[in-house]
Design a protein around this ligand. Structure first.
Ligand code: EPZ
Length: 431
């Protein structure tokens, strides 16, 4: 796997444009299975998770191609007209969590499905029981055997679905299953993330009849079929948040563009307590450095619109250099603290017990050789490297590539000293 080599001490200056959201694109790619025609997704960053989902679609029989369009990133054309298969192998499914998002649409389109258990970041058990229960409530027959989900929708029915927890993926699966067919399906206690609203908007643009995404009740009226459409996903609130946290750590004059600040209210509120001066003008966040950040106090992760679990790790890195103590509580994933062991190598002062982290900010942290444990943990190590004294190498950068596209190029364009060391150039063996 590739590594990043970072020399600490730069201050970020200039403008960075946030890409389209990974966690909006992944369910939208799954939703394209429902559409018998070619769709166009504009300005699609080549996150490795997006490429993994494209491989799954091609395996099912879809035609997929990237083509230069009018935006910085290429456009993605997907034609699921000739989807003939309804199985997703372990080899394909185990690469990404979002592979499980294909279960609902394959079932909705083909009536049967055989999908292997998903992969994804190693941040907890990440069961799929809520997905299964939702589909059973809609009349599907589900057998969970040998690491595969075998599903049959021949006795499907439009019903009320109650999610025991507002799971993002389970909400998306239930929506996509209910789109084609008859009758009205209501989803109670759904997830309310902006990416769910984006999935609704994409499917409605293709002729679906979905209302209420983002609220506590989603209503889907089944339709016979969907038609082609072109769509651009929302901006990535987690990438935006990552750059905002980097700004709070080491901005001089930083402009973050293509941001929907309404999706980052919790973070903006926390960062307003640090020394950084922050202004929001239209889709831009303007950050002026203000010396060593003050502690933001405490962060407790929650489902949207609470503080996003995906920004917990970057916030820990900010806390490590703040003046004062910070408290960080992770409520969503039981093993989402693996970055802390790596931060301790950099001289950070962190105590962690039962999901509660107390961080004593240090004036200085030090470069080290660290290993990215997962996507957002890896990003937190990059941020720490930007401010550490000396140099830092971050290994397993392929995990970071899952959800940040060309991160090193974006940071370099802002004045950071960071470069990618391709695996084949390394002396030790590459895994
Ligand atoms: C989505 O994962 C995101 N991934 C995650 O982003 C994000 O952290 C998470 O939502 C929460 O916001 C994608 O959209 C591809 P959940 P998902 O189902 O759908 C438990 C990133 O870094 N649960 O809302 O898997 C689960 O274990 C990634 O971009 C069950 O118990 O999240 C967790 O504790 C990481 N049973 C909680 O619910 C289930 O059937 C939230 O999971 C499903 C979930």
């Amino acid at each position: 796997m590739d590594s990043f080599y970072i020399v600490g001490g730069s201050r970020l200056e200039g403008e960075v444009v946030v890409d389209c959201a990974k966690n909006a694109l992944l369910p939208i790619l799954a939703g394209s299975i429902l559409i018998e025609g070619e769709i166009l997704l504009k300005n699609v960053p080549k996150y490795s998770d997006v490429l993994a989902m494209c491989k799954i679609l091609e395996h099912l029989g879809a035609k997929v191609r990237f083509e230069k369009g009018d935006f910085a990133n290429e456009d993605l054309y997907i034609d699921c007209r000739d989807i003939i298969y309804s199985d997703v192998s372990n080899e394909l499914a185990s690469k990404v969590r979002s592979s499980i998002f294909t279960l609902g649409p394959i079932l909705g389109r083909k009536g049967i499905a055989k999908v292997a258990y998903p992969g994804g970041c190693d941040i907890g058990l990440r069961p799929i029981d809520i997905h299964i229960t939702a589909l059973k409530q809609l009349g599907c027959k589900i057998v969970d055997k040998n690491g595969y989900i075998y599903a049959d929708a021949s006795k499907r029915r439009a019903e009320d679905v109650v999610l025991s927890f507002p799971s993002v993926g389970a909400t998306e699966n239930a929506i996509m299953f209910a789109v084609l067919g008859e009758g009205e399906t209501r989803i109670f206690n759904p997830a309310r993330e902006p990416e769910i609203v984006d999935l609704q908007n994409f499917l409605n643009c293709a002729g679906a009849d979905i209302k209420g995404a983002g609220s506590n009740l989603i209503v889907i009226k089944g339709v016979k079929r969907l038609h082609t459409c072109s769509y651009k996903a929302i901006s990535d609130r987690i990438e935006a948040g990552t750059f905002m946290i980097a700004g709070a750590m080491c901005a001089k004059n930083l402009v973050i563009s293509n941001v929907n600040s309404a999706h980052n209210q919790e973070l903006l509120c926390k960062l307003s307590k640090t020394a950084c001066k922050i202004k929001v003008i239209d889709d831009k966040i303007i950050m002026k450095g203000g010396g060593r950040p003050q502690s933001f106090g405490e962060v407790e992760t929650a489902v949207y619109p609470g503080f996003p679990t995906d920004l917990q790790a970057p916030m820990v890195s900010l806390a490590c250099i703040c003046d004062g103590y910070s408290l960080i509580i992770e409520n969503l994933f039981e093993s989402r603290y693996k970055h802390i062991g790596e931060l301790l190598k950099m001289g950070c002062d962190i105590k962690c017990k039962n999901g509660v982290c107390i961080v004593k900010g240090r004036e200085k942290i030090y470069g080290a050789e660290v290993i990215s444990p997962d996507l957002r943990g890896g990003a937190s190590l990059v941020l720490a490297g930007l401010v550490a004294e000396g140099y830092t190498t971050v290994d397993n950068v392929d995990l970071i590539d899952r959800g940040y596209y060309r991160l090193e190029d974006k940071l370099s364009s802002l004045g950071a000293e960071i470069k990618r060391i391709k695996c084949e150039k390394r002396v030790d063996n590459c895994d």
